[in-house]
Design a protein around this ligand. Structure first.
Ligand SMILES: [Zn+2]
Length: 271
């Protein structure tokens, strides 16, 4: 039995198949689906635009047994601005890879996955929010979906809310969460093992976990804060969810090799 169905989708992975064809991984509102785009690997092919990473539109799929075929596609967003900028392209490639590895197949995606991912790509294009902050916001959502996100507002050891506890704050790379100053000083080895982080990071991690990415604007975080967020989330995803390691390293190497690294902004996070 074969069915023809139509879905809104974003291309999150493209694998060339032979000379002409491409196997696409599409992120839809209900999850990932894999489909063959015949002729998609040819620049002159009818489906060439539909077979580009980050392309977004309406896909008509012909589904028999096994992998479906893309019959037709009406592309609403090609996202040229993302492809034409080396930093944006690097972030987009990383985020597509992350989505393709972490969002479940249809129909099991978390309800917000598609919309939040589209908002990340929109954000990259619009330049409203720094690319690294958009990436961190999406990584935090992935952590939550995969069940590797603690309540960032509380010490993972004693449960104290950081707003009430004084003193320093650290990230414990072994337990994957923030610990309060009292818990740090209670265990001598933590002083050297746990990473010192800015005190406001608890609030920022919590906010970015729950923020609607489409509504983020005027994000202005210090360079130190952004470095800490980057290091914590790379570790959290790699160690506790087993994703992102190599792709994240590639992204970090590309960004570090560029002359204009992000400026050291001071200020607060507004949503
Ligand atoms: Zn504690």
């Amino acid at each position: 039995m074969t069915v023809i169905w139509t879905t809104e989708a974003v291309v999150v992975r493209v694998v060339r198949y032979g000379e002409r064809d491409a196997i696409l991984t599409l992120l839809t509102e209900t999850g990932l689906v894999t489909a063959m785009a015949r002729g998609g690997a040819r620049s002159t092919g009818r489906l060439s635009a539909a077979a580009r990473l980050c392309a977004q539109g309406t896909y008509v799929l012909y589904q028999g047994r096994g992998m479906g075929d893309v019959r037709q596609a009406e592309i609403a967003r090609l996202r040229r601005a993302v492809h034409e900028d080396v930093v944006k392209a690097a972030y987009a490639a990383y985020l597509c890879d992350l989505a393709s590895r972490t969002v479940p197949e249809r129909p099991d995606a978390p309800p917000a996955a598609y919309r939040q991912f589209v908002s990340v790509l929109d954000g990259l294009e619009a330049d409203r929010v720094p690319a690294d902050v958009l990436a961190r916001a999406f990584e935090l959502k992935v952590c939550a979906w995969l069940g590797v996100a603690p309540d960032w507002r509380r010490c993972i050891r004693c449960g104290a809310e950081f707003a009430q506890a004084g003193g320093e704050l650290r990230y414990d790379p072994r337990e994957g969460g923030l610990i309060c100053g009292e818990c740090v000083s209670a265990v001598a080895s933590d002083v050297t093992r746990a990473w010192p982080v800015p005190r406001k990071i608890a609030a920022v991690l919590h906010l970015l976990t729950y923020a609607d990415i489409a509504k983020l604007h005027r994000v202005d975080l210090s360079g130190g804060m952004r470095d800490s967020l980057s290091r914590i989330l790379a570790h959290q995803l790699r160690e506790f969810a087993g994703v992102g390691g190599r792709a994240r390293q590639v992204l970090d190497d590309i960004v570090a090799s560029l002359p204009d690294a992000p400026d050291d902004h001071r200020g607060d996070l507004h949503t």
